[in-house]
Design a protein around this ligand. Structure first.
Ligand SMILES: [Cu+2]
Length: 168
């Protein structure tokens, strides 16, 4: 009886060791894949916007080594521009609330940005379901110790659709 129990225990230990080994090698493979992705996409990022007011990711690090940085906004939702339009507007964190307020007044005809708003560092046009838009800005416009924010200024979305951006 005790012999059987020992053998059964040994088998459990073997199976566990196998599972642990598999998890570790999977984790290593994923870490490698992540490294490759970030190396290839150093000076650009794709941000998804959906029907539930999410920006994915909602934080972006801009490497100081980049001359230009490109943001591609991809609308992954199903709703059209008029109902669930999204844009991506970069300002300092301090300027963000007023830029959103003025953008709301400017409306869709102005891409929800007040005409000539100098507080806007970069902005994409408003897009709807399955559309993408892009903006490239000079990294020299960013200061190392400033806190930047991005938001969607489309009709009232800024309360939920916010993210942060940092020069690293
Ligand atoms: Cu939006």
């Amino acid at each position: 009886m005790s012999f059987l129990n020992t053998r059964a225990l040994a088998n459990v230990v073997k199976v566990l060791a196998c599972v642990v080994g598999a998890v570790f090698s999977l984790a290593a493979t994923q870490a490698q894949a992540t490294d490759k992705n970030s190396a290839a996409a150093t000076c650009s990022v794709t941000i998804q916007a959906d029907d539930a007011y999410h920006f994915i990711p909602n934080h972006v690090d801009v490497p100081q080594a980049c001359q230009d940085f490109t943001v591609t906004l991809k609308h992954t939702g199903h709703l059209p521009k008029a109902a669930m339009g999204h844009n991506w507007v970069l300002t300092t964190k301090a300027d963000a609330p007023r830029v959103a307020k003025d953008g709301l007044i400017a409306g869709l005809d102005n891409q929800f940005i007040a005409p000539g708003d100098k507080r806007v560092i970069a902005a994409t046009p408003v897009i709807g379901s399955n559309e993408t838009s892009q903006v490239t800005f000079s990294v020299s416009e960013l200061k190392p110790n400033e806190t930047y924010a991005f938001q969607c200024t489309f009709g009232g979305h800024s309360a939920l659709m916010q993210g942060s951006l940092r020069l690293e």
